[in-house]
Design a binder for this molecule. Structure first.
Ligand SMILES: O=C(O)[C@H](CCc1ccccc1)CC1(C(=O)N[C@@H](Cc2c[nH]c3ccccc23)C(=O)O)CCCC1
Ligand SMILES: [Zn+2]
Length: 318
C-alpha cells in the first residue's frame, strides 16, 4: 500500500496492489482513487447544444453509462499525471473544473476543446470507436486547456503546429503515466485505442514516424504556412520522440544522431518551455532555443542540453 496523495477532505489516497509473495509479481491492482477534485461530466444525448445534462460530478458514484464512467476515469488519470509529474493543479494551476460533454451529435468522428470544455463524439464504429474512452485523446484535449492558460500558442502557422504537438506530446506522456510509467509502441501512437477499431496496430498519428499517416510533416524545410496544424505538429512530435528515445530521423531526412534522455526528462523540458517560456507566436526555431533554455533552467547536464538541440536539428530546425 502506498500513499498517493490526499483527497479533498484531507484523507490519504492509497494505491493498493496485491503482490505474489514468491516472485513479487503484481497479481491485482485495486481501483485507484484519483486525486482530482473538479470533474464535471455532461451527456449530450446525441444533441449538440453544450454542455448537455450533468450526469456525474466529482465524487459521485459510477453511472450506468460506461462512456461517462470511462471519461471520468481518463480525466482523473490526466489530473493525477499533471499533478504528480509537474505539480500542476488542473488546467489553470488552481484546481479549475474539468468539464466534459460526451455523446456529441451522431456518429461524430472527432473530439475537441472549445476554449472552455472538452466535447467527445461517439465515432461511427468504423473510423473511430467512442473517443471519450481514449486516455491520450482525453489528455490531448485537456492539454489544449493547459496551453491556452499558459503559452497560449496561436492555433495557426508554426505556433499552431507547436500547439498541436504539445497536445499530442502530453497526451502520450499521460498515457505513459497511466500505463504505470512504462514506454511501449503505444506511447508514440496518437488515438490508437479508438482509431479504426477493426484495424489492429494503426493510429491517427505516429510521433516516432509522423509521415506514416500519409499527411504529417517530419522535416521543417517541408513546412509551409498552408499545412494543417495537425500535420505540422509532426516536426515537434518527432523531435520529442528522438529526444526521449534517441536515434536518427526515421526517413533519413538528416543524419543527426540524438542521444536519448528519457521520456520524463524530455517531458519536464517541454512542460517548462510551454508553461514558462513560450509566447503565443513561438516559431519552431524559437522552440528549439527555448526548450534548450528550459533544459538549462532545470539544471540538466551539458550533454542533455545538447541532445535537445540535436533533436531539433534532426528534424531540420537548424
Ligand atoms: O483537438 C484536436 O486537435 C482535434 C479537434 C478537431 C476539431 C476542431 C474544431 C472543431 C471540431 C473538431 C481533435 C483530434 C484530431 O487530431 N483531429 C484531427 C484528425 C481527425 C479526427 N477525426 C477526423 C475526421 C475528419 C477529418 C480529420 C479528423 C482533425 O480534426 O483534423 C485530436 C486527437 C484526436 C481528435
Ligand atoms: Zn489538438
Amino acid at each position: 500500500v502506498t500513499v498517493k496523495g490526499t483527497q479533498a477532505d484531507g484523507t490519504p489516497i492509497l494505491d493498493k496492489v496485491l503482490v505474489n509473495a514468491v516472485d513479487g509479481s503484481v497479481v491485482a491492482r485495486l481501483p485507484t482513487i484519483h486525486t482530482a477534485k473538479n470533474r464535471e461530466l455532461h451527456d449530450l444525448k446525441n444533441k449538440t447544444t453544450l454542455p448537455g445534462t450533468t450526469v456525474r460530478t466529482e465524487g459521485q458514484a459510477a453511472t450506468s453509462d460506461a462512456v461517462v464512467n470511462n471519461n471520468y476515469d481518463r480525466l482523473g488519470t490526466t489530473y493525477d499525471a499533471y499533478k504528480e509529474l509537474f505539480n500542476r493543479d488542473s488546467l489553470d494551476g488552481s484546481g479549475g473544473k474539468l468539464i466534459s460533454s460526451v455523446h456529441y451529435s451522431t456518429k461524430y468522428n472527432n473530439a475537441y476543446w472549445n476554449g472552455t470544455q472538452m466535447v467527445y463524439g461517439d465515432g461511427d464504429g468504423s473510423t473511430f470507436s467512442n473517443l471519450a474512452n481514449s486516455l491520450d485523446v482525453t489528455a490531448h484535449e485537456l492539454t489544449h486547456g493547459v496551453t491556452s492558460n499558459t503559452s497560449n500558442l496561436e492555433y495557426s502557422g508554426e505556433s499552431g503546429g507547436l500547439n498541436e504537438a504539445m497536445s499530442d506530446i502530453f497526451g502520450n506522456v499521460v498515457e505513459y503515466y497511466g500505463a504505470g510509467k512504462v514506454v511501449s509502441d503505444n506511447t508514440w501512437k496518437v488515438g490508437e485505442d479508438v482509431y479504426t477499431p477493426n484495424t489492429a496496430g494503426d493510429a491517427l498519428r505516429y510521433m516516432n514516424d509522423p509521415a506514416k499517416d500519409g499527411d504529417s510533416l517530419d522535416y521543417y524545410p517541408d513546412y509551409t504556412s498552408g499545412v494543417d496544424v495537425h500535420y505540422s505538429s509532426g516536426i515537434a512530435n518527432l523531435a520529442f520522440y528522438l529526444l526521449s528515445q534517441g536515434g536518427k530521423h526515421p526517413r533519413s531526412k538528416t543524419t543527426v544522431s540524438v542521444t536519448a534522455i528519457g521520456i520524463e526528462k524530455a517531458a519536464q523540458i517541454f512542460y517548462r518551455a510551454n508553461t514558462q517560456i513560450f509566447t503565443a507566436s513561438t516559431t519552431f526555431a524559437q522552440a528549439k532555443q527555448w526548450t534548450g533554455q528550459a533544459a538549462q533552467d532545470l539544471g540538466y547536464t551539458q550533454a542533455e542540453i545538447s541532445a535537445v538541440a540535436d533533436a531539433w536539428s534532426a528534424v531540420g530546425v537548424t
